[in-house]
Design a protein around this ligand. Sequence first.
Ligand code: ADP
Length: 290
Amino acid sequence: MRIVLLGAPGSGKGTQAQRLAERSGIPQISTGDLLRAAVAGGTELGLKAKAAMEEGRLVDDSLVLGMIRERLGQPDTRAGFILDGFPRNLVQAAALDGLLAELKQPLDAVVQLEVEPAELVQRISGRRCCADCGRVFNVLTSPPPTGAAAVCPSTGAPHRLVQRPDDNEATVAERLRVYAEKTRPLIAFYQSRGLLRVIDGQGELDAVTQRLARALAGAAAMPARRSGARAAARARPATRAAKSRTRGARAATRRPKAPRKKTPARTAAKGGRRSAPAAKRRAARRRGRR
Ligand code: ADP
């Protein structure tokens, strides 16, 4: 399956993508992880991306697109992929469309994880990652397991938990603002393509994983239709909570009604000029009444 996970910073895209990748064997492609690795490795790309990441801004589209093009060209993506953190604006989404059309590998589904803003902030402040395997934990809500499960698969030693430098209060506020401005419009973009599924990203981790699995099973059973109206009907939130949260997004994407036909009465009501044939008909009726 070829999937995009959409959601605000802290909505759980990374965690759910990791779980899905482990279960399905298809790779998780996180642009955030790729960029962090480039920064840590001091590569040219990393040097260019570093400042934007530290300030919570988006890294230049050209850098991210080059990185994605290269990654999607690797053979492990033939069986599918889970894009996490990409695309993040409309330019990236359009470029991804073009690239996947070229590769003849269209997307199967886009899943939006909906989480309340207050919870996003709380989640980000408790987030810690293993410096070696990259696994994400939350010291407030999902601490690393103890016992045998606590072992890092990369080192065989306990996980080394670190906090991301951009998980600080000021940067988080900017990341949330950038998300609302640049990334949220992708909901309408994918809704109009019949690919969007919305799930409630709150509650137990396992419950969210199950919702995601159900949304993907639904998407697999019903291939994407391209008509806008039908597509909007398909973007059904999986839960009542998600439904209420997506109502606004739906209203924003509703197609404008077709303009109503002008009738003489409506034109008159608006103080507009009447058409010549209609005026003639009315004059004839008046003459008939006399
Ligand atoms: P989160 O979604 O929790 O904010 P990520 O790990 O996905 O975190 O991204 C961290 C940072 O990396 C972003 O704030 C941004 O600076 C950069 N980044 C990640 N993906 C993209 C992208 N697709 N386009 C531009 N910048 C990106």
